[in-house]
Ligand binder design. Structure first.
Ligand SMILES: CCCCCCCCCCCCCCCC(=O)Oc1ccc([N+](=O)[O-])cc1
Length: 259
């Protein structure tokens, strides 16, 4: 065999290997999970590190990566508002990102304060707190979501983006140890609906897919026979969050179906 023939067969082998590598890279989903505690998995346990972000091995982003072999960059962080996503979570996005998920907006709307008013303050204060939050959701939140969604699109131009919503918290009329009246439960469910309505609309405006978790959680609200959400609990910040089952049976299949 001449030197030239050896070189040309070597070239063929190298080209073939490069081809395989490129094909393997293209087949690997490059997945970035953004957002707040509903995506980090606060309350689901088995946290992946000791950070206050509370990223859980039982949260839907990790379940998806385990099941599919997708390469996950887990950015979601407990307590995140839209500005935290904009300023702290988008650095890993690139033109190579193929899949993005996000839950955000609840903390901007003052979720924790609303819950405190409703649990401790009685029906009247609950109604006022929810009304104020819904007003914010309908007037100010759309612009905040637009900023986040536009930034995602410009940093990850080729990604499929799935925006997940929030569940209704309460079954109305269920027997329940939590001292919240059916009236207050109704206010809170209405707040979740208002939030989901705005998130769905802004996601559609951005060309993203909205994944509605409310159907999956129906029958599994607080005060139902098999809740997938924590009621008031200790530590207090884990209150009103999906349990590990809520992540696995509520968020995860809803994400899979929308992706
Ligand atoms: C209209 C808004 C109020 C209506 C109440 C019912 C709405 C249901 C939607 C819930 C949205 C929750 C998103 C917040 C997720 C989150 O990150 O929660 C936190 C988790 C942890 C902390 N923290 O401080 O550790 C703070 C907040």
């Amino acid at each position: 065999m001449s030197v030239r023939a050896v070189l040309s067969s070597l070239t063929l082998v190298v080209v073939a290997l490069l081809g395989l590598t490129t094909a393997a890279d293209a087949a690997t989903v490059s997945y970035v999970a953004l957002g707040d505690s509903y995506s980090s998995g606060l309350c689901a346990g088995s946290y992946l590190d000791s950070s206050s972000c509370k990223r859980s091995a039982r949260a839907y982003p990790k379940l998806y990566a385990n099941a599919t072999g997708a390469a996950l960059s887990f950015q979601a962080c407990s307590g995140a508002k839209t500005t935290d996503v904009l300023n702290g979570q988008l650095g890993v996005l690139s033109s190579a990102t193929t899949l993005v998920s996000i839950t955000v907006g609840g903390n901007d709307a003052g979720f924790a304060g609303v819950m405190e008013n409703c649990v401790l303050g009685g029906e009247s204060r609950c109604r006022t707190a929810v009304t104020t939050a819904v007003d914010f959701v309908e007037t100010t939140l759309p612009g905040l979501l637009d900023r986040v969604y536009s930034a995602i699109r410009s940093k990850a131009p080729h990604a499929a983006v799935v925006v997940l919503g929030y569940p209704r918290f309460y079954k109305i009329g269920g027997s329940c140890s939590v001292g919240l009246s059916d009236t207050s439960r109704g206010y809170l469910n209405g707040g979740a609906d208002a939030l989901d309505t705005v998130i769905e609309k802004e996601a559609a405006n951005a060309g993203f897919t909205f994944a509605d978790v409310r159907p999956a959680f129906t029958g599994h609200e607080i005060c139902s026979g098999s809740p997938w959400l924590n009621s008031v609990t200790w530590p207090i910040d884990e209150s009103y969050h999906p349990t590990a089952t809520g992540q696995a049976s509520g968020y995860y299949p809803t994400f899979i179906a929308a992706r």
